[in-house]
Write a protein that binds this ligand. Sequence first.
Ligand SMILES: [Zn+2]
Length: 147
Amino acid sequence: MVTTRRTDVLSPEQRRRCMSKVRSKNSALELEVRRALWGRGLRYRIGHGLPGRPDLVFVRQRLAVFVDSCFWHWCPKHGTLPKTRADFWRAKLLRNRKRDEEVNEMLRGEHGYRVLRIWEHDVHADLALVIDRIYGEICRRARHKVD
Ligand SMILES: [Zn+2]
């Protein structure tokens, strides 16, 4: 895949600030989910060499879970375009969305995984419900596991 990258869109300082802010926020989000899963006695792997490096991988149940930030994955409810460099951001976020779809396809296809994507706003709204959903998927899969 050929990607063209515009390097001058943000100054290095702007980019660093932007990325570090998003990254720490996003990992805090994942941590919240991971902690809650541990509280329920659920164990998982991270990434596990799979496409898109899923945030949670339940290997035996063939379940990959992503916790998607509303900004970076362009949530239909809260996805926004920064006012400056709107064209750049639109292209970038569209690319992210496309990559998510490609990752889903790879996981479902060649890897035989089920994919669950959870929005950041779902975690904020009701973490317990999110954990229930993950738990439900695990149980559903466990009934007809192949390994
Ligand atoms: Zn959202």
